[in-house]
Design a protein around this ligand. Structure first.
Ligand code: GLU
Length: 492
């Protein structure tokens, strides 16, 4: 730990929708900041203009907010260290690149793209590594000649020609590389844009970042960054590189081939942000090796870098679904209703407002809350409440080991009974219908199955008597009558 106030950042490049791996990085930074009473900063690394995608940027904002990972400083909220989008900080990088050149830590390179391409080819054929440092040794005269030709140079770092660079990572321990393995990387491109390396280091320094938590894939960049910090004479932040997220089988990195990988995918399918946060926190971090469920407050209280695993963790869609079910079951019914409305409206193709005016969803929730794994599941449990006419698969209306004639008879008797029942309560219906099954010499399962299909069109539904009550006597009777017609045709 440092004794400075904790300042951490999530620094996505807006090149695609927020990936669950990115979301986990953001979450760990956010939790770390909250745990230590620090500041969580969002910085947009958008200097690669060819890969910039405005929709991706919107998605990053939306997804972070959906997860409740509000940033203390950054785009849209401001802060004392802005601007927080790198594309708005070009003059800063240019100034710092110039400073390194002036102090002798960097140099202008005029090499043509053709020359560089040739070198890359040589490199690919197993020759020298990277750039040959041609321009590092230019005389003032040669430089002036290039300038006179109007060639706009790039700025390259003078990597030490010998020695080693060592750095420490809280999760990975110490790493040492020979400086001879590093080439003189570009800091500033000829169009005035910084490379990732320069912008990243300059910003982490100027934004007073104390801890850098990011994906493992950035580990190979660290020696270069350390050399840049050293060239500036700046203090190096504490590094913590997070293990990658593996596919469900544990073989290879999680990718689209395995299923949805973007936060919005889960959001659109009815995962709760609370469940997503809990789940992602546990992909690569543990508190005591057994506790799975943590409230946000508990995560903040317990999260620290010593709980982050060194080895990569697999992403389990099954576990996420289970956890989502747990969170759905724990929601107050009213809250659940509110969250279900948009999903059901989309599923049924009707207006949310229409849905809100109706009583069925509210009455149904206690019956299905236990069974929902995602909010989107609601459509399958509830659609028959909202359609005028049910379409039947007539075969489903015939109970096992009965004939169409038996079923017509059973439906007739059920109609009679439910029409005359003084009280349309669940208990009254259940007692009466069990009695009827006895009279008909059917087992209750057979009779209830026929009724279930008759009023819902399905074999799997919320509990039958609750369903009948919510549908109401009128609709139940008319659906039973229609089902009777359908079976009658079958019997004929
Ligand atoms: N812009 C980098 C990314 O998209 C961030 C790397 C870092 O956090 O330093 O992942």
């Amino acid at each position: 730990m440092t004794d400075k106030p904790v300042r951490v950042r999530f620094a996505p490049s807006p090149t695609g929708y927020l990936h669950v791996g990115g979301a986990r990085t953001a979450l760990y930074n956010w939790l770390f900041a909250r745990h230590h009473g620090g500041t969580f900063i969002l910085r947009i690394e958008d200097t690669d203009r060819t890969r910039y995608d405005a929709k991706a940027l919107e998605d990053i904002f939306d997804s972070l907010r959906w997860l409740g990972l509000y940033w203390d400083e950054g785009p849209q909220v401001g802060g004392a260290y802005g601007p927080y989008a790198q594309s708005e900080r070009l003059a800063i990088y240019q100034k710092y690149a110039r400073q390194l050149v002036d102090e002798g830590h960097a140099y202008y390179c005029y090499c043509s793209p053709e020359r560089l391409a040739q070198m890359r080819e040589q490199h690919d054929r197993g020759g020298q590594t990277g750039y040959d440092r041609h321009c590092r040794y230019l005389t003032a005269k040669q430089r002036a000649d290039y300038e006179a030709q109007g060639i706009v140079p790039v700025v390259r770092l003078k990597v030490p020609l010998e020695g080693q660079t060592t750095f420490y990572d809280v999760i990975r321990g110490q790493t040492t590389v020979d400086n001879t393995t590093l080439d003189d990387l570009v800091l500033l491109k000829s169009d005035g844009f910084p490379t990732y390396h320069l912008a990243n280091v300059v910003d982490d320094h100027l934004m007073e970042i104390t801890h850098i938590m990011r994906g493992d894939e950035w580990l190979p960049s660290v020696p270069r960054h350390v050399l840049i910090y050293q060239a500036f004479g700046w203090e190096i932040p504490i590094y913590a590189h997070l293990p990658i997220i593996l596919s469900p089988t544990g073989k290879g990195k999680l990718s689209k081939r395995h299923g949805g990988v973007e936060v919005r995918y889960f959001r659109e399918r009815g995962y709760l942000p609370e469940a997503m946060v809990n789940f992602l926190a546990r992909v690569g971090w543990s508190y005591d090796d057994k506790t799975e469920l943590f409230t946000r407050e508990e995560l903040i209280a317990h999260f620290d870098l010593n709980g982050v695993n060194k080895s990569p963790a697999a992403f389990s869609y099954e576990k996420l679904e289970w956890m989502n079910g747990v969170y759905i079951r724990n929601l107050p019914a009213d809250d659940l209703v509110q969250r279900l409305v948009p999903f059901l409206a989309t599923g049924l193709g009707i207006e949310e407002n229409e849905l809100r005016k109706r009583r069925e969803l509210r009455e149904l929730v206690p019956l299905v809350q236990e069974r929902l794994k995602t909010l989107a599941d609601i459509t399958d449990w509830a659609d028959f409440f909202f359609v005028e006419e049910i379409t039947y698969d007539p075969r489903l209306l015939i109970a096992k080991k009965t004939t169409p004639a038996d079923c017509v008879f059973a439906l007739d008797r059920t109609l009679e009974l439910l029409a005359s029942l003084p009280d349309f309560s669940e208990e009254a219906m259940e007692t009466a219908l069990r009695g009827l099954a006895d009279d008909l010499n059917m087992n209750p399962g057979q009779l209830f199955g026929i009724i279930r299909v008759a009023v819902t069109g399905k074999t799997v539904t919320p509990p039958l008597f609750g369903t009948l009550r919510i549908l109401g006597r009128e609709r139940v009777l008319s659906r039973l009558a229609r089902a009777r017609e359908v079976v009658l045709q079958l019997a004929a």
